[in-house]
Design a protein around this ligand. Structure first.
Ligand code: NI
Ligand code: MN
Length: 222
């Protein structure tokens, strides 16, 4: 499995199936927006309807014919635009020959940029090559994460650390502990002034937990 991080909450997981989560390229200061033309996902996962997560979903789905997987309300929105979707909801799972995708709880909002209803926000577990990757979406710390750690063997956890709209570093460290993840990747920080943090503090915290830590934006094989 290869993981490429485009900054903010945008990750490409490449394996038997190519999956992009929250494909925010246009307006993302960490990436050349033309990168959106280089990704060839089979599946686009959208955790919630906020613009920094929906991002270039419509553009990429039109171009690549990728299936959009999200909550029912967000799928409805894209279905009306003639795009292929598969709706899930919190706790629901879809199984594929290579693994599964399951939506998990997130504590946040989920309205579209125009204010229309975008259902419940979610996190997601992508199980691929027998490994589970957990992307928390935008969320505060919750005890659900302890449950997720007990009921899943989480290999990689992508956790927001930018504070203000989501968990900050201190809570994300607690989340990582509960999730028992082998590898933790901080996300959703430094994109905007409101979510500027010193991510070194997050790295420092993991010396205590002896977890591996990855912040490279290069494509990495895990
Ligand atoms: Ni959000
Ligand atoms: Mn966000």
């Amino acid at each position: 499995m290869k993981i490429k991080y485009f900054g903010h909450s945008n990750f490409l997981i490449s394996s038997d199936c190519n999956i992009i989560i929250d494909p925010f390229f246009t307006g993302n200061p960490f990436v050349d927006e033309n990168e959106k033309d280089n990704v060839k996902p089979d599946i686009i996962i959208v955790t919630h309807a906020h613009a920094d997560h929906v991002g270039d979903t419509e553009y990429i789905a039109k171009k690549t014919n990728a299936i959009i997987i999200s909550n029912f309300e967000i799928c409805n929105y894209f279905e009306k635009k003639g795009l292929k979707t598969h709706a899930l909801h919190i706790g629901g799972k879809k199984t594929f020959p290579w693994g599964f995708i399951k939506l998990t709880p997130a504590f946040h909002g989920s309205s579209f940029a125009d204010g229309s209803y975008g259902g419940s926000p979610a996190g997601v577990i992508v199980n691929i090559e027998g490994k589970s990757v957990y992307h928390a979406g935008d969320t505060g710390l919750s005890y659900e994460m302890k449950m997720l750690g007990e009921t899943n063997d989480i290999y990689v956890a992508m956790l927001p650390v930018g504070d203000n709209f989501t968990m900050g570093i201190e809570d994300a460290v607690k989340a990582a502990e509960w999730l028992r993840a082998k590898i933790v990747i901080p996300m959703h920080y430094n994109t905007f002034d409101l979510i500027k943090v010193n991510v070194e503090e997050f790295e420092y915290a993991f010396r205590h937990f002896r977890l591996e830590y990855m912040k490279s934006k290069e494509e990495t094989t895990l």
